[in-house]
Structures are given as structure tokens and as C-alpha cells.
Write a protein that binds this ligand. Structure first.
Ligand SMILES: O=C(O)CCC(=O)C(=O)O
Ligand SMILES: [Fe+2]
Length: 230
């Protein structure tokens, strides 16, 4: 399911832009089935109403362990190629930490440090909802890449609600990107920082992500974060 993607091209896109799209990661049926979980009683550990925290407008729910099969498979299966890139990034940024090749081993480090709670989440937006620019840091252990899968169909299921990334460069003005996504596409992006090649070697830029206002309809997204939370 995941070996059909061109991981070399994905790494190049992440290196040059700070994000990459995995087209059609989930089928329309998988998108609908996953979005429908939002209304299930069980299977989640908490629900967050964004306006209550100043995070924006709309809401999300964090899955509980055990994760639904599709979420667990994506998290475990996408980790190894992303860990290889994360290790190159940490080397370039002068950060000592290296990531083990299997997700279970990385999670064991999170759990030993008291980061025990699962972070994959489902988000739901309606008209007027949006997600302020943020970084999903949940403790000292951070895996530097994450994924968001658009479960709804732009133009049909909703309008507005674009996925936005900003890149804050040292002593320079910030740059914004809008990531074009169709239903079932995933965007892989930097959680916190990424290395950028400059004329005098690599420097670090600070990344944030968010969602512009949804104008109509309903927008569901599956978020896959690889570190667990305190
Ligand atoms: O709704 C989105 O596209 C962004 C979701 C998000 O912030 C995340 O998955 O971390
Ligand atoms: Fe996020």
C-alpha cells in the first residue's frame, strides 16, 4: 500500500518545500469510513473544542489505544521511510537524536519518558471553522514529520478550508504555502523545524501549520503524529 509512493521524490519535496503530498493515500470508501468514526461513542480518549483554548474554531478527538486498524497501519507503515529522512534532517540540523527504524521502538522511548497517550486524531470543521497556525509538540520526544489526510472532497463536501504552512526563516520575513489536496491525499510536513540549504551551510527554519476558514460544508481530516503525548 505504501511502497507505490516515490519516496525519493517525497524526500526531495520535503527538502525543498517542507511538505510533500501522498496522492490518494486513502480511497474514497476509506475516507468515508474514517470520517464516520467521528460520531462513534467509543474509541477516543478525549475531545477538544478549539474555541475554548483559542486554537481556532471546530473540534477534534484523539483516538484511544488500540487505534483503529487503518490508523495503526498508516502510523506503523509510514514511519520507516520518514525516520530515514528525519535522521538526515537531525544530522543536518546538528541535533544528536537518531530515530530507530521501527515505530514500536520509537514509541517505547516516548513511553519510557512518560509520553504514553496516543496522538492520532480526527478533526471536524463546519462553516466558519478554522485552525490557527500551530506546532504539534506533546513532550520532549518529538518525531519531526507528521501527516494529515484529507477525508472530505474539496468543492463537493466543503469549500474554503485550505491547508496552510508557514516557514519562519531566521532574520527574514515568513513564507506561506497552501497545499493543494484532493480527497484521500495526505500531506507530510515538518512538525517544528527543518533544515534549509544556504550559501554558508544548512540553517533551521521554524514551521507552523493551520487551516483557513471553511466557507461551506463539512471538512474531516485524519492527523497522524508519530510521538505520543505526556
Ligand atoms: O485540518 C487539518 O488539515 C490540519 C490538522 C492538524 O492540525 C493536524 O493534523 O495536526
Ligand atoms: Fe496540527
Amino acid at each position: 500500500m505504501l511502497d507505490r509512493f516515490d519516496w525519493t521524490a517525497i524526500a526531495v519535496s520535503l527538502d525543498t518545500q517542507g511538505w510533500a503530498v501522498l496522492p490518494g493515500l486513502l480511497s474514497p470508501a476509506e475516507c468515508a469510513g474514517t470520517a464516520a468514526l467521528y460520531d462513534a461513542e467509543a474509541g477516543f480518549r478525549s475531545r477538544v473544542v478549539m474555541a475554548r483554548h483559542g486554537f481556532g474554531r471546530g473540534e477534534y478527538r484523539y483516538f484511544a489505544y488500540p487505534l483503529p486498524g487503518i490508523v495503526a497501519r498508516l502510523r506503523t507503515g509510514l514511519y520507516p521511510p520518514l525516520a530515514a529522512l528525519a535522521n538526515l534532517w537531525n544530522h543536518r540540523m546538528g541535533i544528536e537524536q537518531r530515530f530507530p527504524p521501527a515505530h514500536g521502538d520509537f514509541l517505547a522511548h516516548c513511553h519510557a519518558a512518560g509520553q504514553l497517550r496516543p496522538t492520532p486524531l480526527l478533526l471536524r470543521y463546519g462553516p466558519g471553522d478554522y485552525n490557527c497556525l500551530h506546532q504539534d509538540l506533546y513532550g520532549a520526544h518529538v518525531f519531526p514529520l507528521q501527516l494529515a489526510v484529507l477525508l472530505s472532497a474539496p468543492g463537493e463536501g466543503f469549500t474554503g478550508g485550505e491547508f496552510v504552512l508557514t516557514e519562519q526563516r531566521p532574520r527574514m520575513q515568513s513564507r506561506a504555502s497552501v497545499v493543494p489536496l484532493s480527497q484521500g491525499d495526505a500531506v507530510v510536513f515538518a512538525v517544528h523545524q527543518r533544515p534549509v540549504r544556504g550559501s554558508r551551510g544548512d540553517y533551521r527554519v521554524n514551521m507552523r501549520h493551520g487551516v483557513s476558514e471553511v466557507r461551506s460544508g463539512r471538512r474531516h481530516v485524519l492527523g497522524v503524529i508519530f510521538h505520543d503525548s505526556v
